[in-house]
Write a protein that binds this ligand. Structure first.
Ligand code: BGC
Length: 354
């Protein structure tokens, strides 16, 4: 009997201690837009996980408008946020409002996208963004066996990059381009449009419509006979899924099918793109588990608010300072491993991909 009582007492004590450990505080979470799939997931994950940890959450989406994001951040500061988690639209455009937060003593975590040109950012949680591009580039190297001396090509390739105001976009492009550069230099890969500069291949706001229209133009200018025996396009290196979707739509509208569509790369494993991978229209994507990113960010928020130094494993230069970062690992995805990666892990249900 005494033993039972002791166990019960120990249990009560543990539970009440655990109760005391529940974090408190208001966290402002600023997300760029609801128009691209991933940010809805990021927002939902962040809110759910922060609330489960005991925080109050002010989650806002800014419709891809910088002015809206600025006013949302101002309101979060006025409403007593104790930490700000910011996934920016334009990483360099928030200096003034971030400086206000800093003056008010509010720590700032850049979420997925780096906040640049400002002192007022304390930490950064993201993925290894250069690595994302390397995974895409390496896939092309392997798929076309480019490192084999006997393979001379030339294979045609066109690049589509992300939004110039997003620091990640340049890193994704550089990771892919640097990986492919030896083969471009050797003439195994050729770019019929000649468009190989980030500024030229960039897609403002990562919009599918924009990448689709650009691919329409490229096809008619440089591949007019692609389907009738003329120069065809072998590879469309796209930095992410929203741009890949536009490029795929353009190619399908031009008459390409799963049998002859160029090898298209992507990133995010968006639902529409995963369906395209299953259908043979997109070759690969890069999976970045937004649940893990949220988990790391929530840990960071908890540590900061309890006065503990958060765990970091990297740094990113934001042009003014080196920002300590926690980098999650991006993972290669294609039709051969999506079940394990996306369905078995509970990221999507089978029905969502039908
Ligand atoms: C993210 C990508 C995403 C892109 C467009 C980038 O900052 O890292 O995962 O595809 O924004 O939303």
């Amino acid at each position: 009997m005494k033993k039972v009582l002791a166990v019960v007492l120990a249990l009560v004590l543990t539970l009440s201690l655990a109760g005391m450990a529940v974090a408190e505080g208001k966290v402002g979470v600023a997300m760029p837009t609801q128009s691209l799939q991933r940010w809805n997931q990021d927002g939902e994950n962040m809110k759910a996980q922060l609330e489960a940890a005991g925080f109050t959450v002010d989650l806002q989406y800014a419709n891809n408008e910088v002015a809206t994001q600025v006013s949302q951040l101002e309101n979060m500061i006025l409403n007593g946020a104790q930490v700000l988690v910011v996934a920016s639209i334009d990483g360099s455009a928030l200096g003034t409002v971030l400086a206000t937060a800093k003056e008010a003593g509010i720590p700032i975590i850049a979420y997925d996208r780096l906040l640049t040109d400002t002192e007022a950012v304390d930490y950064y949680t993201t993925f290894d963004n250069y690595k994302v591009g390397q995974i895409q580039g390496q896939y092309i190297v392997d798929r076309f066996d480019l490192s084999n001396d006997a393979v001379t090509g030339p294979f045609t390739i066109e690049f589509t990059a992300g939004s110039p105001d997003d620091n990640n976009a340049g890193l994704f492009f550089a990771g892919a381009y640097d990986t492919l550069k030896p083969y471009l230099d050797a003439g195994k890969l050729v770019i019929p449009s000649g468009q190989d500069q980030f500024e030229v291949v960039a897609t403002p706001a990562w919009k599918s419509e924009t990448s689709q229209a650009r691919m329409d133009n490229i096809l008619s200018a440089f591949y007019p006979e692609a389907l009738t025996g003329g120069t065809t396009l072998d590879i469309a290196l796209c930095s992410n899924d929203s741009t890949a979707l536009g490029v795929t739509n353009s190619l399908v509208a031009a008459g390409f099918t799963a049998e002859n569509i160029p090898v298209i790369t992507g990133q995010d494993c968006d639902i529409a793109n995963t369906k395209n991978m299953i259908a043979g229209l997109q070759a690969m994507s890069v999976f970045k588990d937004t649940r893990t990113l949220a988990e790391q960010t929530v840990k960071m928020v908890s540590d900061i608010l309890s006065g503990v130094a958060p765990e970091t494993n990297g740094v990113y230069d934001n042009k003014v300072k080196e920002v300590a970062s926690y980098n999650c690992t991006p993972v290669f995805a294609d039709a051969s491993n999506y079940v394990e990666l996306l369905i078995d892990s509970g990221y999507y249900t089978e029905d969502q991909l039908k």
